[in-house]
Design a protein around this ligand. Structure first.
Ligand code: ZN
Length: 301
């Protein structure tokens, strides 16, 4: 039954054929997809029944309990299993069925990249089909390829920033379109209490190289300035990226605090490019589209 379920998922493109099977049955909050296997359901029922027998005062049921205990059935429920998370898959996901399956396969490094092909079928060329300078792994394609840097990665980054700007417009009562993806931020918008700058080069007295964070929120009421800058790196670079952003805008932060006499804070928005649970849907979809297009390229043998 479990095999048939997985086959159906694969046919409907919700499960990549090379995805990790165990992960399919892990709770969603642990990075799995929260599916219940028939095997697990039977095991849980067995445990429930065993606990029922253990509490029973009926002598005959007690005999059954002792007999089962002697056969080693006394297995407690897995406390790590999140019943709620496990049961709502796949209907509660933010992504489409197909995108989720594709991204999970990408996280499992199960996509048909050249590096994977070299390991499994011994093909000679593991170099990236776009830049031809590094091994073509999923990680390289989603955040490390020089050929995608100014295009796909930029689009993904800009979409996340645009979404944040759209949310800020809502928060500070600016007029905005109803869907974030139709939102075209103006360079400067302001009302009585707040001014929001978008991709704006800030002029200061001294030479400062990094003067253009993605978004600047100047709150005149609260006398604060927030410098917001977005990055969408691979999982393992998240901490370094956050640190990098803080350092990069440190001079601007100090200078603005001094010049404009407002408490200034740098807010790095660093989102993993491939983590379903930390990632904004916008960045995830950008990652999925890039991977999909690159791996469909011809001449990839
Ligand atoms: Zn490359």
């Amino acid at each position: 039954m479990d095999r048939k379920t997985r086959k159906l998922l694969t046919i409907n493109r919700g499960l990549h054929p090379k995805s990790d099977v165990d992960r399919l049955y892990l709770p969603r909050k642990k990075g799995g997809r929260g599916l219940k296997s028939v095997e697990d359901v039977v095991r849980e029922e067995k445990c429930s029944l065993f606990h029922y027998l253990a509490k029973s005062k009926e002598s005959l049921l007690k005999v059954v309990h002792d007999s089962e205990a002697s056969r080693g059935v006394n297995r407690s429920r897995d406390e790590n299993v999140d019943e709620l998370a496990s049961s709502y898959w796949p209907t509660k996901g933010d992504l489409t069925f197909e995108s989720e399956g594709f991204l999970i396969a990408a996280q499992d490094q199960a996509l048909n990249t050249r590096a994977v092909r070299q390991v499994y079928s011994g093909s000679a060329n593991a170099q990236c089909r776009l830049c031809n300078t590094q091994a073509e792994t999923v990680e390289h394609l989603i955040s490390g390829c020089s050929q995608l840097d100014g295009t796909k990665y930029k689009l993904r980054h800009d979409n996340v920033a645009r979404y944040i700007h759209w949310c800020l417009c809502g928060k500070h009562s600016f007029e905005r379109v109803s869907n974030w993806w139709k939102h075209c931020p103006d360079s400067v918008i302001e009302n009585d209490s707040v001014e929001i700058l978008w991709d704006f080069n800030i002029f200061v007295d001294h030479f400062i190289s990094a003067r253009k964070p993605d978004i600047v929120v100047i709150n005149n009421e609260a006398a604060t300035i927030s410098l917001i800058d977005v990055a969408v790196p691979a999982d393992k670079h998240i901490s370094a990226k956050e640190e990098e952003k803080l350092m990069k805008y440190q001079d601007l932060r100090i200078e603005l605090e001094r010049l404009w006499k407002k408490k200034t804070t740098m807010i790095p928005i660093v989102i993993s490019s491939l983590n379903v649970y930390l990632l904004q849907k916008t960045a995830l979809l950008g990652t999925a589209t890039t991977l999909w297009k690159v791996l469909q390229l011809s001449g990839c043998g």
